[in-house]
Design a protein around this ligand. Structure first.
Ligand code: TTP
Length: 707
């Protein structure tokens, strides 16, 4: 029961296209890791944390208005590159919202309801949207917000802050009731559940801030709200952007609150207001309940509001939705969310995607190749930028596509996403991505392959490439960019080398970050995409009107570090046993290990994956793992390579692999045919584990009801 429900509950995400009950519903997926991953139940660590969620107001519009100040005060919207019917609106300014302009409209329709609207086209590069200016604007804001407390960049324009420590210090040293002046902006806060007693909101809020006998948790929230008000003013002063905020005891409540009073306002959620807030909150408004899980709650349990969930015991919810999801649901009904604010300012992945709706669908390999090459070029540029600016290296390249088969009853089948180790350099990324596409296409068109290939009976409606598993480069003496600036490098990007892969891979392993390292060292890339598969934030954001957006995902705050030694020096630590190390030294001598890094190697795609049960994955779903209408690739039953003659290559793969690193427990989780193949090749052995106070934002935006 649980598994079948759950399989159906997992949103099928491909390039930000969420498929709900077989119907494609294109919607935005957050860029920085905030997309609807499956819920993970975590106990609340403390109910006196102070968490803020800051969300920029009509972000792209504000960025355009700063670029062109004459647009300020005028109804404005940003439209997509595709100019059909005036282009799809992706951001609508608050002045335009007053006229009824909505994001779901196209430019022509917006003009009808608001003839004075200024439509600004999103910047374009390589025939697609170029979001660099918005990303950079988001980074400017993050650099200000991160001055206080732990900061997690959750999307291109959203940030979580953990202000617990700074609020506690303020409460101990300078509680609000003892402050001589309080930032006026703070008094404009909305405090949920506050009784006005005939006074104005502002007066009531003032009293609430000064209440000396208040609950300690409320006092902490008041301190947090003061800090956030000041931060918002700093953001305005330094960037000219307004933002709204929610201040609560956990991320879920803070996020809910930040959108309640927009633009340029903040909302506080005292603990005492939580049950009333959730009681009538439509279930679909909850993050992660907008899709199938929410549908199932409505249809199967008649749950329409979060409060309706209270009638079910934890056991009952677990029985129906599995242990983790059941507990998560039980928790959210009570406003409990233990999710931590992760300290991360940089994207966790980079991606570049484009959709080809309607007649724009790509029907030939050459047109697909052209676009893959364009997307890879952009991806490569961003990777180089990340490397130069943040000294970070990405490890995994993934190609996602959406497609349909012409005149085919099976056309709902999803195009499988494919991943391989990422090799730096435009040409290599292009070559690998194209190979991934071919591998996906073979699987997608299945037995009809030959026929369809011949008659082009498939059509690609979306393509994206993404780079994930981004980590800081190892520390050392030479700058990694210098290393790749080596005159031997022929690529214009100076990154046409596998070496970067090699170095980092080994470093990673030695630092114990993950067994994914092995995937660069040898062929049996078992389980290496396990984490990747569970990581659906890599999905690019395809806009509702079928244009292109980006993929960015938040990651660990990578500290810049440098590469020390030649690539071979990094390999030693990867090998666990003394025997392996001796072998490594020997191979290092004759460079035989280099064969593992030969560029041809990258054509072997790591299809076999460590199969995890849903529970093992902590109930998180993955766009990469969820293929088609089922979770097929997760159970990766086939090995495929980018070349024909897969079987040959496959057995060569196993044979060339020294079995020392194979972990039998991992092997056991592989599909039986893969296990048999590996066992036939060798005996399994142990595998190496491997502002100013008193300022006001009013002059910018007069508070308007959220439209
Ligand atoms: P949002 O934060 O969803 O919206 P917004 O900032 O425009 O407006 P609000 O004040 O209501 O929060 O999105 C942030 C930016 O992301 C938005 O300005 C444009 C971009 N975006 C897309 O490109 N496609 C989309 O489908 C959505 C929803 C947003």
């Amino acid at each position: 029961m649980f598994s079948s429900i759950f399989q159906n509950s997992i949103p099928n995400v491909v390039e930000g296209v969420v498929v709900v009950e077989g119907k494609e519903e294109e919607r935005r997926v957050e860029d920085w890791g905030e997309i609807e991953k499956m819920p993970v139940a975590r106990p609340e660590s403390s109910d006196s944390r102070v968490i803020a969620h800051i969300d920029m107001d009509c972000f792209y519009v504000q960025v355009e208005q700063r670029k062109q100040p004459t647009l300020r005060g005028h109804p404005t919207a940003v439209v997509q590159y595709n100019s059909w019917k005036g282009g799809g609106l992706i951001a609508v300014g608050y002045e335009a919202r007053k006229y009824g302009v909505k994001r779901s409209m196209r430019g022509d329709e917006a003009k009808k309801v608001c003839p004075d609207i200024q439509l600004v086209q999103v910047p374009v590069a390589r025939g697609k949207a170029d979001l660099t200016v918005y990303r950079d604007a988001g980074s400017e804001v993050v650099s200000i917000l991160s001055r206080k407390g732990r900061c997690e960049r959750a999307s291109i324009d959203e940030v979580y802050l953990d202000l617990t420590e700074v609020a506690e210090t303020m409460l101990a040293e300078n509680p609000p009731e003892r402050l001589e002046t309080i930032c006026e902006e703070a008094f404009k806060s909305h405090v949920l559940g506050l009784h006005l007693d005939g006074s104005s909101n502002q007066d009531s809020v003032k009293k609430w801030f000064y209440m000396s006998d208040a609950d300690r948790r409320d006092k902490l929230l008041a301190c947090g709200a003061l800090i956030v008000a000041e931060l918002r003013l700093e953001v305005l002063k330094e960037t000219e952007y307004t933002c709204s905020a929610g201040i609560a005891h956990n991320k879920m409540l803070a996020k809910l609150a930040s959108g309640m009073n927009k633009p340029a306002q903040q909302t506080i959620v005292p603990l005492s207001s939580v049950s009333t807030l959730l009681e009538s909150l439509p279930i679909k408004k909850m993050k992660q309940l907008g899709g199938k899980l929410g549908n199932s709650l409505q249809a199967d349990l008649c749950v329409d509001t979060v409060g309706d969930l209270l009638q079910f015991s934890e056991d009952k919810l677990q029985e129906r939705y599995g242990i983790n999801t059941g507990t998560w649901l039980w928790n959210i009904a009570r406003g409990i969310c233990g999710e931590e604010v992760e300290g991360r300012l940089l994207p966790k992945s980079h991606g570049s995607g484009k959709t080809f709706p309607g007649r724009q669908a790509l029907k030939t390999i050459s047109s697909v190749q052209k676009w893959i090459y364009e997307l890879c070029e952009e991806l490569s540029e961003r990777l180089v930028r990340d490397l130069e600016q943040n000294k970070r290296i990405a490890h995994t390249l993934t190609l996602h596509a959406s497609a349909h088969k012409l005149n085919d009853s099976e056309s709902l089948k999803k195009f499988p996403s494919k991943s391989c180790p990422l090799r730096y350099g435009i040409a290599k990324i292009q070559e690998d991505a194209l190979n991934l596409f071919h591998a996906g296409l073979r699987e997608y068109i299945g037995i009809h392959h030959a026929k369809m290939k011949q008659h082009n009976e498939w059509a690609i409606t979306g393509l994206s490439v993404s780079a994930s598993k981004i980590v800081a480069t190892p520390s050392g003496t030479h700058s990694i960019t210098k290393y790749f600036g080596n005159k031997n490098q022929t690529s214009s990007s100076a990154l046409e080398s596998n070496d970067i892969h090699t170095q980092d891979a080994a470093y990673l392993s030695s630092s114990g970050i993950g067994s994914s390292v092995e995937l660069h060292l040898s062929e049996p890339q078992i389980a290496n995409y396990e984490d990747e598969a569970s990581d659906k934030h890599d999905m690019p954001c395809f806009n509702p009107d079928g244009d292109e957006t980006e993929v960015c995902k938040a990651s660990e705050k990578g500290l810049a570090s440098k590469v020390t030694q030649s690539k071979m020096d990094f390999l030693g630590p990867v090998l666990k046993s003394e025997k392996q190390k001796r072998k490594f030294e020997k191979e290092k001598g004759n460079s035989s290990i280099l064969k593992y890094f030969a560029s041809g190697n990258s054509c072997s795609f790591p299809e076999p994956r460590h199969v995890k049960t849903f529970q093992e994955r902590g109930a998180s779903s993955s766009g990469m793992s969820v293929q088609g209408n089922q979770q097929q690739p997760m159970s990766g039953t086939t090995l495929s390579t980018c070349n024909l003659g897969q079987d040959d290559l496959r057995s060569d793969t196993w044979r060339s692999y020294k079995s020392d690193e194979i972990d039998p427990s991992v092997l056991k989780e592989l599909p039986p045919e893969i296990q048999a193949e590996v066992r036939a090749s060798f005996q399994p052995q142990k595998r190496a584990n491997i502002v100013k106070r008193g300022s006001s934002i009013d002059h910018y935006f007069s508070p308007t009801a959220n439209s």
